[in-house]
Design a protein around this ligand. Structure first.
Ligand code: SAM
Length: 282
């Protein structure tokens, strides 16, 4: 049977056996593949890079949704940029929010994920609180006039259509779309192999937000150790909430998670020295 070899890095690569190919095609924006692997379940790739697998997606989606939503405390309006596979939407929909706006550039990712990765969205695309917009996330935040309590940037890596979502202009526009007390979180790669992403993102976020840092979680198929999530807000108190407050909010929200809990919430903001050094550009 054929193998899929990831093309993210020059010098190292991870390989997945394709046990069954469900879909492979060039969409209007990128090369999309969905296949089955005996160890990981269904796997989705875009332009040769692993996006999500059924086996480990819970780590990524739970940590990227619940950390900002629980820290905020009373989110009503949430904006998801990207996230076409639907996993982020599923986790956000567990919260008692009023509206969820999702802006995904590639309609084919949404459609194919609904067909071949149904456990990711788990019906959340039918949620009446959702407004799904097929558009470039950069253009959307530049032109939109509404405000959001939490903005989740569930993007591809900064190659291809996702590149603009790592630009300083994008962060500046995102800030204007935040309600007071709001927070932006971003997908920021694996710092062991992508330290420059930490340096660049930190520099760009710090120019616009009073608190710009990262938190982390290990997602096995994002090879190279734990990944970082960008955290940007002017509400500096959100990061250091007392553990008892987080525990109380998590209990009341009844999230039913497999990775996220109040202890992981607090621990995720502890950063090792090499990440702190990368933040300073060292
Ligand atoms: N968890 C994944 C990761 O870290 O690799 C991200 C998965 S999600 C599938 C990423 C989505 O971002 C894709 O569906 C892609 O089409 C979308 N995307 C890329 N660039 C975008 C843009 N400029 N605006 C909106 N969505 C974008």
């Amino acid at each position: 049977m054929a193998d899929f070899e990831e093309t993210l890095y020059d010098a190292v690569a991870q390989k997945f056996r394709i046990d069954k190919l469900y879909f492979e095609n060039k969409t209007d924006h990128q090369h999309l593949m969905i296949f089955h692997n005996a160890a990981l379940g269904r796997v989705m790739t875009l332009d040769g890079i692993v996006q999500t697998t059924e086996a480990d997606e819970f780590v990524y989606h739970e940590m990227m949704a619940h950390v900002p939503l629980v820290a905020h405390g009373a989110p009503q309006h949430v904006l998801i940029i990207g996230g076409g596979d639907g996993g982020m939407l599923r986790e956000v929909a567990k919260h008692a929010v009023e509206s969820i706006t999702q802006v995904e550039i590639d309609a084919a990712v949404v459609e194919m994920a609904k067909t071949y990765l149904p456990n990711h969205s788990a019906g959340a695309y039918d949620d009446p609180r959702l407004q799904l917009v097929i558009d470039d996330g950069f253009a959307f935040v530049r032109d939109d006039t509404r405000h959001y309590d939490v903005i989740i940037v569930d993007s591809t890596d900064p190659i291809g259509p996702g590149e603009v979502l790592f630009s300083e202009d994008f962060y500046a526009h995102a800030k204007t779309r935040l309600a007071p007390g709001g927070v932006v979180v971003t997908q920021n790669g694996v710092p062991f192999f992508q330290p420059d992403e930490v340096t660049t993102t930190h520099r760009r976020l710090a120019r616009h937000f009073a608190d710009a840092t990262f938190y982390c979680a290990p997602v096995p198929t994002y090879y190279g150790g734990f990944m970082t999530f960008g955290w940007a807000t002017d509400a500096t108190e959100l990061r250091g909430l007392a553990p008892a407050i987080i525990r109380d909010r998590v209990e009341r929200a009844e999230l039913n998670t497999r990775y996220y809990n109040a202890d992981m919430h607090g621990a995720a903001f502890a950063l090792p020295q090499y990440v702190r050094a990368a933040m300073q550009g060292e």
